[in-house]
Design a protein. Structure first.
Length: 259
């Protein structure tokens, strides 16, 4: 009987650690800050009965262990995108669990549902967002507006976003996706100006590449550095810088071979 109870306790602890790994992986893979990831995982573990969990997170791996038991669980993060909806859902589930509104097994099932499928905006609405952002950010960063350049910036930004969206389905190399998307954005801007549909190719490209710029990754990197998560902050900062360089390479190819 004692052995059976011990086995049940061990199985339960393993499930709790798996739930923590799943929650952490979902948050890291979708762009969350490390302090928020660790806080959410610790909240789940402690409210599930693990008094002293040991949690260590990086942009590519998650470690969860116990100080009083020889149990350790490891999870890997193979891809990173930006989906604040998933971060919000995981965070809300952990708070509902801490408040006693759901039990552990309901939490674990809900986390698996979030991992499998989370509602997102349709592609056409994402394209509208990219178009509006490109046109308006062109005005903000260029310091001037041209009623002829704004529509072309919107089309250029939408083209770059669509290329990044579809190319991302075929390759996991994020920097190639950014380079080709920036190249498509620049080609649309160049052709539009050549056809007389716009005036300033510089302003049009400036607005068109804005949906590709890794602003959230850079902000998260700075936030992690300020919070003392040096490994995560440096890794994400380098990733954001390389992404910006990839965008610059795509635009540089346009000016080198077409201008």
């Amino acid at each position: 009987m004692t052995m059976e109870i011990q086995r049940q306790v061990a199985n339960y602890m393993e499930q709790v650690m798996d739930a923590c790994i799943l929650a952490g992986r979902l948050m890291i893979a979708n762009g969350s800050e490390m302090y928020r990831v660790e806080d959410t995982m610790r909240r789940i573990a402690q409210n599930a009965g693990l008094k002293e969990p040991v949690i260590f997170t990086t942009p590519t791996g998650i470690f969860v262990g116990l100080q009083d038991r020889p149990l350790t669980s490891l999870g890997t993060v193979t891809q990173r995108v930006l989906n604040i909806e998933k971060i919000s859902r995981v965070n809300n589930l952990s708070r509902d669990f801490a408040a006693g509104q759901i039990d552990f097994y309901q939490l674990y099932a809900a986390l698996r549902d979030v991992d499998r499928a989370t509602p997102t905006f349709p592609l056409w609405l994402q394209c509208i967002g990219a178009a509006v952002a490109s046109a308006l950010l062109m005005i903000i960063f260029a310091g001037q507006y041209d009623w002829l350049d704004m529509p072309l910036a919107a089309v250029s930004g939408t083209a770059g976003y669509l290329v990044a969206y579809y190319l991302g389905r075929f390759t996991k190399v994020y920097f190639i996706t950014q380079t080709v998307a920036a190249l498509a954005c620049g080609i649309v801007a160049y052709l539009g100006v050549r056809l007389g549909l716009g005036h300033s190719i510089d302003n049009i490209i400036l607005g068109g590449v804005m949906p590709l710029v890794p602003g959230v990754a850079l902000t998260t990197s700075i936030r992690d550095l300020l919070a003392g998560d040096l490994l995560s902050g440096i890794a994400r900062g380098v990733e954001a810088i390389l992404s910006a360089i990839a965008i610059g390479v795509g635009i540089a190819l346009i000016f080198r071979f077409l201008m």
